[in-house]
Structures are given as structure tokens and as C-alpha cells.
Ligand binder design. Structure first.
Ligand code: ACO
Ligand code: G9A
Length: 257
């Protein structure tokens, strides 16, 4: 791990919106001992590595696709085994569409028989959504074409019929605008915080499903100077191993050796 060249008491440049999002994702991992990050997930990967860096050794992180930041020797298969055994505390999922019942669509837009567009589809997401206790949904863009009343195709369902064994499920949703908590009993999202520079109205205007609102909605906490230094230094260099273009664009980072 390379040392961060910047002293932590200098005033850093203000957090980039992506850094606020990463920090919010990282805060949702508090108390997790074993975090896994799947495919196409640079923001969660950064958040998990930040959580690990802040955990004083309590949090283990596995990034699918990483040679260095993994406890697995058998990739996705081992992830599925560990998750099925209840040994993964948190995982992250995204979607081309996400609806108010936390259904995610990774498969297609439009009529599934005659799709307008095809996406990656589901491999592990439908299973992991059932067995990992804290599944955190993420999508940087926040608009009504993504956050729809009902997804065109359910790749992985947010809720399950009574009597179906399901120790896992949706915990929260983090976007470029806000953090929402998911209430599994009610099957609905509740707005938890709005990122600096954005408003509750903006969140509601850009969300196609109903969201429960508390009496007052706080601002999403931003990273402190020391957390930013950690993120921009050692964490950025770690992220760069798996997501080099992302780390170069956001942090100007190259992989640590
Ligand atoms: C075991 C495991 O690993 S489980 C998986 C864990 N990882 C995840 O859950 C993350 C998976 N993420 C992904 O698969 C992708 O990032 C997705 C499906 C969420 C988004 O797909 P991307 O191709 O990145 O979407 P992107 O935002 O680049 O958009 C691609 C195109 O679709 C369009 N598009 C995206 N979302 C929508 C939408 N909701 N409605 C209409 N069009 C859309 C875009 O405008 C763009 O169009 P263009 O090519 O004409 O410009
Ligand atoms: O494993 C899944 O279900 C989805 C993965 C998404 C992707 O690989 O792009």
C-alpha cells in the first residue's frame, strides 16, 4: 500500500459528488465484518475499501475481479457458497431500472418478448439478493427512467411471498442525489438524507415511485478531511487495481504496488 503524500491536516479540495456517494455507501457498512463487491461496481468497491481502511482491521473486503483484495480462490462460485452459508454481511446491486418495491432490472427495457434494449442480465444477483442480509442498491444517475413505478423485467425481486426462506434482501439505496432506507416490513423506501447541493423536491421530482418522508430530512454527511485523505490516497490506489480508469478519472490514482 503506498503512503498518502498529503498530510491529513491540510484542507482538501471539497468532496466530489462521487466521493459523497462513496462515503454514504461506506457509512452503510458499519458493523459489517465481511463485505463482498460484485461485477461493474467501482463506487461500491471504493466504499468497501474505505470501510475496511476505517475499521481497524475488523472489516474484510472481497472485490470480484481483484487479485489483491479478495479472500476467495474460486471467484464467484466461492462468493455464492460463502453467501449461502451466511458468511457475507453486505453486497451491492444496481439496475438499469429499480422500482419502489426494490425490484431490480438488469435484463432488458420494454416488453421482454420484444426488448428495446438488452443489458447484462442476471447471474448471481437474484440469489445473492435472497441470502445476503444487507444488500445495498446503488445507481449514480437519479431520474425517472431509472427509478420507475414498476420495472419492465424483474431480474431480482425486492420482496418475497410469506413462507419463503429469505434471510437477505434490500437494505438501502444510494444515488447521486440521496440515501433511502428500505423498510422490508412495509416494502417501501424512506428518504434518509439528501446530498449537499440537492433538495427533497429534486429527489421526488426525479423518482417515479412513492417514497416515505420523515418530518425533516437531513443532509448526507460528507467525508471529513482525514477520511478524504484516506480515500484519495491509499484507498484510491487499491481501487485502481480493479478499476484503473475509474480511479484515474476520479482520484488521479494509479495502482499501489
Ligand atoms: C455476482 C454479481 O456480480 S451481481 C452484479 C453486481 N453488480 C451490479 O449490480 C452492477 C451491474 N451494473 C450494470 O450491469 C450496469 O451498470 C447497468 C445495467 C446498471 C447499467 O448499464 P450500463 O450499460 O452501464 O448503462 P449506461 O448508463 O451506460 O447506459 C447504457 C445505455 O442505456 C441507456 N439507459 C440506461 N438506463 C436506462 C433506462 N432506465 N431507461 C432507458 N435507457 C436507459 C443509456 O441512456 C445508454 O444509452 P446509449 O447507449 O444510447 O447512450
Ligand atoms: O450477476 C448478476 O446477476 C449481474 C451482473 C451484472 C453484470 O455482470 O454486469
Amino acid at each position: 500500500m503506498s503512503a498518502d503524500p498529503r498530510p491529513i491536516d491540510t484542507v482538501p479540495t471539497p468532496p466530489h459528488p462521487r466521493e459523497v456517494l462513496i462515503h454514504a455507501l461506506s457509512d452503510l457498512l458499519q458493523g459489517c465484518r465481511n463485505v463482498a463487491v460484485g461485477a461493474v461496481s467501482p463506487l461500491p468497491g471504493s466504499a468497501a475499501l474505505l470501510a475496511r481502511a476505517r475499521s481497524d482491521g475488523a472489516c474484510r473486503v472481497t472485490l470480484l475481479g481483484s487479485r489483491r483484495h479478495t479472500y476467495f480462490t474460486d471467484g464467484g462460485r466461492e462468493l455464492f457458497d460463502c453467501a449461502g452459508q451466511g458468511r457475507i454481511d453486505a453486497f451491492f446491486l444496481s439496475g438499469v431500472q429499480i422500482d419502489g418495491a426494490a425490484n431490480i432490472n438488469l435484463t432488458c427495457l420494454g416488453d421482454p418478448q420484444r426488448p428495446k434494449a438488452r443489458f447484462s442480465g442476471a447471474f448471481g444477483s437474484a440469489y445473492l439478493y435472497f441470502v445476503v442480509p444487507r444488500v445495498i442498491l446503488f445507481r449514480e444517475e437519479h431520474d425517472r427512467r431509472i427509478f420507475v413505478p414498476k420495472v419492465d423485467y424483474i431480474s431480482a425481486p425486492g420482496a418475497t411471498a410469506p413462507g419463503v426462506w429469505r434471510p437477505g434482501g434490500p437494505h438501502a439505496l444510494v444515488t447521486g442525489l440521496c440515501v433511502m432506507a428500505f423498510d422490508r416490513a412495509r416494502g417501501r423506501f424512506r428518504l434518509r438524507s439528501v446530498h449537499p447541493g440537492h433538495t427533497v423536491e429534486e429527489v421526488l421530482d426525479n423518482t417515479g415511485f412513492d417514497v416515505d418522508l420523515p418530518d425533516s430530512v437531513p443532509e448526507t454527511p460528507v467525508p471529513t478531511a482525514s477520511t478524504l485523505a484516506l480515500l484519495r490516497g491509499p484507498v484510491a490506489a487499491e481501487v485502481a487495481e480493479t478499476y484503473p480508469r475509474f480511479a484515474a478519472d476520479l482520484f488521479g490514482a494509479t495502482p499501489s504496488h
